[in-house]
Design a protein around this ligand. Structure first.
Ligand SMILES: C[S@@+](CC[C@H](N)C(=O)[O-])C[C@H]1O[C@@H](n2cnc3c(N)ncnc32)[C@H](O)[C@@H]1O
Length: 257
């Protein structure tokens, strides 16, 4: 059976009722936590998730960080993918535990974290970006999430130089010119593997889908997701007035040839 007990180096989330999560890497001895002070979580090493700890007069549970916890604590640089689009991209790209997945660009590493969370400890993510400053920002976020051992960052312009990998299960592209990457992406994918793309405009989507078709990808799809929050009251339940009207369009295709 899978051993769920905490090990040194695991990233834990400290959760107090109604408060945002605090992410902490488990270590022996006092750990600095934000500007507020230090906490000693040595006794958690070897314990199961869910135990209570007291810190600065407040009670916290030591829990495994959810993807929502990891997204909410990201340091943002480049425009990050929204949770709804990240999850649908992983569905379209067929991302599964144990897979080797490639993505470009790394940006702030939000999608990288979602991919690393899904492929799990036995999986791998290779994340490309042509800009070193974004690679550094993404690496910092991925390390804070506790996934640095399953992610490899590479500085490369994949539109110009292609994806130089083989036998990748899934490829996810969040960059302005995905069509320029689709030929090398096809060569990098295993047969049966998927590429999924995210672009903000119709023009980019159209060009991407045309390229997917002309390169012989199968199961070519295009989709947009709209998410509406709901106010749930006692007899007054209704949609929220505000809504995120537009994020991006998703497209995908499968290598079979
Ligand atoms: C919108 S950001 C990606 C955001 C990321 N998915 C996230 O959730 O944090 C786009 C990134 O693509 C990178 N990029 C653009 N064109 C590229 C190319 N041809 N090769 C590699 N990276 C590229 C940019 O430097 C930028 O970091």
């Amino acid at each position: 059976m899978h051993d769920d007990r905490w090990k040194e180096g695991d990233v834990v989330a400290l959760k107090a009722l109604g408060a945002p999560p605090l992410l902490v890497p488990l270590a022996r001895g006092p750990i600095r936590l934000g500007h507020d002070g230090v906490i000693d979580l040595t006794s958690q090493i070897g314990s199961a998730p869910g135990e209570a700890v007291e810190w600065l007069g407040r009670s916290y549970r030591v829990v495994r960080p959810s993807l929502a916890d990891l997204f909410s604590t990201l340091r943002r640089g480049a425009q990050i993918i929204t949770p709804k689009d990240a999850v649908q991209l992983m569905f379209l790209a067929g991302v599964a535990p144990g897979n080797h997945v490639a993505e470009a660009g790394s940006g702030s590493g939000a999608l990288t974290i979602a991919l690393a969370h899904t492929v799990g400890a036995a999986g791998r993510v290779t994340s490309f970006d042509r800009r070193r400053d974004f690679l550094d920002a993404a690496r910092e976020n991925v390390t804070r999430a506790g996934f640095s051992d399953r992610v490899t960052f590479r500085e490369r312009d994949v539109a110009r130089d292609g994806i130089d990998l083989t036998d990748v299960s899934s490829i996810v592209l969040d960059l302005p010119e995905p069509w320029a990457v689709l030929e090398s992406a096809r060569a990098a994918l295993v047969r049966g593997g998927y590429v999924a793309t995210y672009t903000p405009t119709y023009n980019q989507l159209e060009r991407t889908v045309q390229a997917l078709r002309s390169l012989g990808y199968d199961e070519v799809r295009a989709v947009e997701l709209l998410e509406r929050g709901l106010h749930v009251g006692d007899g007054g339940t209704r949609p929220a007035f505000e809504m995120l009207g537009h994020t991006g369009f998703l497209a995908s295709g499968r290598r079979l040839d």
